[in-house]
Ligand binder design. Structure first.
Ligand code: DX5
Ligand code: ZN
Length: 220
């Protein structure tokens, strides 16, 4: 297993060729596949549900890192687990009983991640830091790929790194939004260990494989 994970977000993949896109990710050395689930309520956009997760599961053995940008995620966790999700990442802003939700995810046999929006302070997740397998730090306002990276995220990552290290947590710190060859080194140096990218991978001028390899060349 790589120490640093690259997680292409299929949000910017060509869905008429989803299988080829996923195969290209795999052969270029992607570690996980990131699937952005949006409900048109928590975020303005509507994307995919368990049906797409299940389709991905049939074409790859890569871990499926499912990012749930939906209200009341607890109602849908079992369906995503059944569809083959490896890890379910819920937003702290949508979970009044975050402890219970993370436990529910684990009882379904999935890894449990917690995501925070750019304006949500780290204090909102401190109480569950030792329960989470992954902290997902949004570095854009969730809803769309192709947005610009918010630079304040770097200090947030560094702060989360300090907190996790203090409790000797092995949790991943995943940064999601606007990641590219210009900023990925900085977020890694701040302590991130997993990097989501849609545009930088699937819209790379020389293709998907080149997009992944360009990121890998920087983060190792
Ligand atoms: C934002 C999503 C991200 C996004 C990444 O709502 O969670 O995963 O698709 O896209 P890029 O890499 O284009 O910012
Ligand atoms: Zn995402």
């Amino acid at each position: 297993m790589n120490k640093y994970a690259i997680a292409p977000s299929i949000l910017s993949a060509d869905f008429t060729r989803l299988r080829e896109e996923i195969v290209a990710c795999e052969s270029a050395g992607a570690d996980w596949l990131h699937i952005d689930v949006m409900d048109g309520h928590f975020v303005p956009n509507i994307t995919m549900g368990p049906f797409i997760v299940e389709a991905c599961r049939r074409v790859t053995e890569l871990p499926l890192d499912v990012h749930l940008m939906i209200e009341k995620p607890e109602r849908h966790l079992a369906a995503f687990a059944r569809a083959g999700a490896t890890r379910l990442n819920v937003h702290v802003e949508t979970c009044p009983h975050l402890h219970d939700t993370l436990r529910q995810i684990k009882s379904l046999g999935c890894g449990a991640g917690v995501a925070l929006n750019p304006e949500t302070p780290v204090g909102a997740i401190e109480a569950v830091m030792s329960e989470a397998d992954l902290i997902l730090v949004l570095s854009v306002h969730p809803g769309f790929s192709g947005q610009e990276f918010i630079p304040e995220t770097i200090a947030k990552v560094a702060y989360i790194r300090k907190k996790l290290d203090a409790v000797r947590s092995p949790a991943w710190i995943e940064v999601d939004g606007g990641i590219n060859v210009e900023n990925v080194g900085k977020v890694k140096d701040a302590g991130a260990t997993a990097f989501v990218a849609a545009t930088a991978v699937f819209k790379h001028p020389r293709g998907t494989e080149a997009g992944i390899k360009a990121l890998r060349a920087i983060i190792g």
